[in-house]
Design a protein around this ligand. Sequence first.
Ligand code: UD1
Length: 431
Amino acid sequence: MEKYVINGGKVLDGEVTISGAKNAAVAIIPAVILCDEPCRIENIPNISDVSLIGRILQQLGAEVKRIDKSTLYIDPRMINSHVATTDLVRGMRASYYLLGALLGRYNKAKVALPGGCNFCARPIDQHLKGFAALGARHELVNGAIIDVKADSRLQGNSVYLDMVSVGATMNIMLAAVKAEGLTVIENAAKEPHIVDLANFLNSMGAQIRGAGTDVIKIRGVDYLHGVTYSIIPDQIEAGTYMCAAAATRGRVLVKNITPKHLDSITAKLREIGCEIKEYDEAILVDATKKPLTRCNIKTMPHPGFPTDCQPQFTTLLATVNGTSIVNENVWETRYQYVSELTLMGAHISVEGRLAIIEGGSKLKGAPVKATDLRAGAALVIAGLCADGVTEVGSIQYIERGYENITEKLRALGADIKKVYKDESSDNVLRA
Ligand code: UD1
């Protein structure tokens, strides 16, 4: 029953430091299962998805220790099971990476189907198609557990993905790293976290070429040695703070990032009238110079505009002048937050994949609920620029992916706090 209470209308100003990338961490941590020695992973974000995947590895037998706030030590040598079917596994969307990692280590894996963000059904047919190409057949047990196994060592093969899938690309990479011979993934996704996973595996001795292009070649190896590896900055967390800066008409230096990963967001912020300055590892977003105006966006696999920034940018567009059109080209039902934004006074209509935003509304504070991680971030942004008080509920979704979001926003001048509510009396007990 925790929630964020935001007293809106404060202009964000200052500097924010971005944490390590969630979507890289949730693949790299399970990837340690494939390693034959202990690893040290740095720049780990302190978020609930990371704690969950760490605990899941412990359940499998690994030693997982947090050395400091952003460093994990993982010794996978005591892992003694290919079965991951606990509630923890079910509670996490990205637990599907356990399939590729356990399959790569044991030539078999039994993993509970994931939950996690609930914005729509999230198929894994392309992951399974890849595993099948490597020689592993699958069975769905009781509609809730995927059982994948091969009769002998996985064999490298060519896999053409029917659609560009981040998860399938990474999962097939994980399964193929120790397979016999050459695996080729065609029509592969190109997200920065795919390159990060490949870099991590290569630093342990894997032979992966082409990550970041649409053809990835993996030559199987027998042994992976332990490494110390630092995860890339979180492109989506950075994009969220950039949208928040613009939505409040503020001026924020977003630090500890790779500006290249943010090109699509930077281009759209420039298009609507923000002044952007790029540095080696930072971007300054300045929305104080001129009035912001409309634009259209279409989400696409990288290097297109990321679907994970769509809700935040749509919220920003609700505050600028003119009519904008958003085309959600990756997850067609990713507009569940729009009804909450409408409660706050936004004028947005949704028709299939399109959202039509009549901008320029002054948002008003209201009690709203996060329906998933990025929807939650969008509602926080709406609360920051609304008149009055916004209460954002179901914040467990937000805390899956944003480290210290209230502290980071307060340091920029926002009036936001997390409160713990007494369920029965509706009284706020402590802040
Ligand atoms: C990852 C990200 C998620 C982001 C998404 C797209 C993680 C943990 N999550 O999710 O935050 O929104 O990329 O950038 O990294 N599809 C299929 N069959 C499959 C796989 C995917 O039809 O086997 C479809 C999906 O329905 C969706 C599209 O392909 O429409 C993209 O999905 P995908 O890239 O696989 O997303 P995830 O890896 O699950």
